[in-house]
Design a protein around this ligand. Structure first.
Ligand code: NAP
Length: 244
């Protein structure tokens, strides 16, 4: 309870899925949450649903001006940034032979460049205040690869690498940086997959079920809190045992 009392937290891609569940869980834990999402309609509706501790700033994480504006707005309105959850992500799956350059570039722009930009500008504020937590959304596929996901896997593996670099660079400023690697979690993103694949994936999980967004949100909440004060540079898997 109150693990994140009075913390100012940005959750990118907080309009849907794991991001929305994370915003909700953080608010329950006492935080103020700024949802930074692409889509005005969903972002505003989610912020309204989650109540007065939640607000929405329209943000494209892959665009420098947009990210700078987000950080400036949060700094002006709240004076600090305690936690950044780099959750926004997209899929554009295709086998190597069919994946075109635009599909490769777009996924890298959002899932890798977006994490770089948000961290670069939020970390400026965190450095000034001498504290902060950065949490990056990876995936089990960063370790195993996945059919049809050249672009997505490249981004997630790169993100895990950046997590370790930033843990080294930012630790002396009191900033912790970790990645969370979910397995199969039931959200709009995974609902795009064919039924046959969904069933096949479920069979591979030792716990024999998909994870829920709230279960990932609980892990983010722990990592964002002072209970995780000595955890940095880690990649934590949350996947029902699928990596075993
Ligand atoms: P989701 O339901 O598709 O939500 C992703 C959110 O990111 C959406 O609200 C989306 O907004 C937003 N977004 C997309 N592009 C953006 C941009 N350029 N700037 C700002 N926001 C943007 O996805 P999810 O399943 O919750 O996944 C969340 C994260 O966990 C992702 O990074 C994903 O790769 C990772 N992950 C998910 C799973 C899983 O099984 N679900 C497994 C491993 C890792 P719009 O809807 O408006 O486009």
């Amino acid at each position: 309870m109150n693990l994140l009392k009075d913390k100012i937290c940005i959750v990118t891609g907080g309009g849907h899925g794991i991001g929305r569940a994370t915003a909700d869980t953080f608010i329950d834990a006492g935080a103020t949450v700024i949802i930074a999402d692409f889509d005005d309609k969903t972002g505003t509706a989610t912020a309204d649903d989650l109540g007065e501790q939640c607000s929405f700033v329209n943000t494209d994480v892959s665009n420098t001006d947009s990210v700078q504006e987000l950080v400036q707005t949060v700094k002006e309105q709240h004076g600090r940034i305690d936690v950044l959850v780099n959750n926004a992500g997209i899929l554009q799956d295709q086998t190597l032979e069919k994946m075109d350059e635009d599909q490769f570039d777009r996924v890298l722009q959002v899932n890798l460049r977006g994490v770089f930009l948000c961290t670069k500008y939020a970390a400026e504020v965190m450095r000034e205040q001498g504290s902060g937590v950065i949490l990056n959304a990876s995936s089990v596929v960063a370790r195993f690869g996945n059919f049809g996901q050249t672009n997505y896997v490249a981004a997630k593996a790169g993100l895990e690498g950046m997590t370790k670099v930033w843990a080294r660079e930012l630790g002396k400023h009191g900033i912790r940086v970790n990645a969370v690697a979910p397995g199969f979690i039931q959200t709009d993103m995974t609902a795009q997959m064919p039924e046959k694949i969904i069933k096949m994936m479920e069979d591979k999980v030792p716990l024999k079920r998909w994870g829920q967004p709230e279960e990932v949100a609980n892990l983010y909440c722990f990592l964002a809190s002072d209970d995780a004060a000595y955890i940095s540079g880690a990649v934590l898997h949350i996947d029902g045992g699928v990596v075993v």
